[in-house]
Design a protein around this ligand. Structure first.
Ligand code: ZN
Length: 78
């Protein structure tokens, strides 16, 4: 009967250890620095193709803003 008690204590300890590990695995919440949906953003116009895009997605060159690196290269030559 003594061994059964030891086994029971070990089983409970193992179960507690396992549930603690599970709790540790929960990923931390993502930082809220990501742009919030619905927040108005200044829109810029690509100097090459005229596409309108949010300022955070635009590439800024010497002569204006661009929707992509390809268009920046196209107008500013690299
Ligand atoms: Zn463009």
């Amino acid at each position: 009967m003594k061994y059964l008690t030891v086994l029971l204590v070990l089983a409970v300890a193992f179960w507690l250890w396992r549930s603690n590990r599970k709790a540790d695995k929960v990923p931390p919440p993502k930082p809220s620095s990501a742009k919030a949906p619905g927040t108005p953003q200044p829109m810029l116009r690509c100097a090459a193709c005229g596409l309108h895009l949010p300022q955070s997605d635009a590439l800024t060159g010497r002569q204006g803003s661009y929707c992509s690196a390809a268009h920046l290269k196209q107008l500013e030559g690299g």
